[in-house]
Design a protein around this ligand. Sequence first.
Ligand SMILES: NC(=O)C1=CN([C@@H]2O[C@H](COP(=O)(O)OP(=O)(O)OC[C@H]3O[C@@H](n4cnc5c(N)ncnc54)[C@H](OP(=O)(O)O)[C@@H]3O)[C@@H](O)[C@H]2O)C=CC1
Ligand SMILES: Nc1nc(=O)c2c([nH]1)NC[C@@H]1CN(c3ccc(C(=O)N[C@@H](CCC(=O)O)C(=O)O)cc3)C=[N+]21
Length: 297
Amino acid sequence: MTALQLLGKPVAQQLRAETETNVAALRHRGVLPGLAVVVATDNEATLWYVRSIARAADKAGVRCTVVDLGAGAGAEEIASALTLLSADEDVHGIILQTPLPPGVAADELVAHISAAKDVDGANPLSLGRLTVGQQAFAPATARAVVEILEHYEIPLAGRHVSVVGRSAVVGKPLLQLLLRRDATVTVCHSRSRPLERYTAEAEIVVAAVGRPGLVTGAHLRPGAVVVDVGTNVLDNGDLVGDVEPLSAAEVASALTPVPGGVGTVTTALLVLHTTQAALQLTEEPASARALESRTPS
Ligand SMILES: NC(=O)C1=CN([C@@H]2O[C@H](COP(=O)(O)OP(=O)(O)OC[C@H]3O[C@@H](n4cnc5c(N)ncnc54)[C@H](OP(=O)(O)O)[C@@H]3O)[C@@H](O)[C@H]2O)C=CC1
Ligand SMILES: Nc1nc(=O)c2c([nH]1)NC[C@@H]1CN(c3ccc(C(=O)N[C@@H](CCC(=O)O)C(=O)O)cc3)C=[N+]21
């Protein structure tokens, strides 16, 4: 079997069309959507990613401000930047980019991102709300996996999905998004041995680990659908996923490529989420509208 390529581009295009509609509605209200990306690293891969978010925002008519605090920034400085941005009326979406300087932990800092502006679902409140089924932004990457599967009409209800990786950015929120769609989910991690025991039964396998070639054809059930979240930069500069594409394509029915798969959709979703946050934050309260309609003009 040679697997079908599940390309991210058409999925991203559809999401960009939705963003465009939102940007037009915001313009009607006199609102320019704004995204702020807080950076405290000189990691090349991160800076590349930040530039690609800024480019995508710019193309969509979303103002993107990169707040570069430098690789020497301390926790307090980062926390106060997030607090200021949370209170800034011109900012509707906030992302704190990882990695952070040594000794600075992201998990406490992200609590300073206002939940309404948490467009990458980093605040623990967002993950909690997602878990109990309340409205919240999911991390863009976790949602990208689901958007790709839905775009290609791969059913989730009643299917067994094996997610490899349990991070707060991908595995855990993805578990919630999949449960909400009635999938049966296995979440695997570094202690799930042997890994194939937990992947070989699954109709859908998602790899989000950060190890090139971890998932091979030998881990898969014939006809499985495979989503590769991994973005690993090799010494020669090549970007590869967590799935060994050649052996996997022999067994799988469909596979997302790296590059050109999940990453493409992630960036489009961050921009879409920013416009959704802007719409919610600038909505007139229903009571104010009711009052207005009673006021003689
Ligand atoms: N395309 C995109 O938009 C994005 C891509 N990524 C990419 O996805 C990958 C994962 O990122 P992230 O979730 O942040 O990574 P983390 O390092 O936070 O988590 C990795 C997970 O993989 C598990 N793991 C490690 N080794 C194995 C193994 N041998 N077998 C099974 N599981 C294992 C870990 O287990 P344990 O918990 O036991 O340590 C952990 O749960 C990276 O390549 C990253 O670059 C990430 C975010 C966005
Ligand atoms: N809290 C958090 N959220 C993240 O979303 C997050 C993170 N941490 N840590 C690092 C990874 C990495 N990541 C990528 C996103 C898009 C592409 C992307 O757009 N890739 C394109 C182009 C790649 C190329 O051409 O080089 C593609 O795959 O086709 C890549 C990588 C988000 N990450």
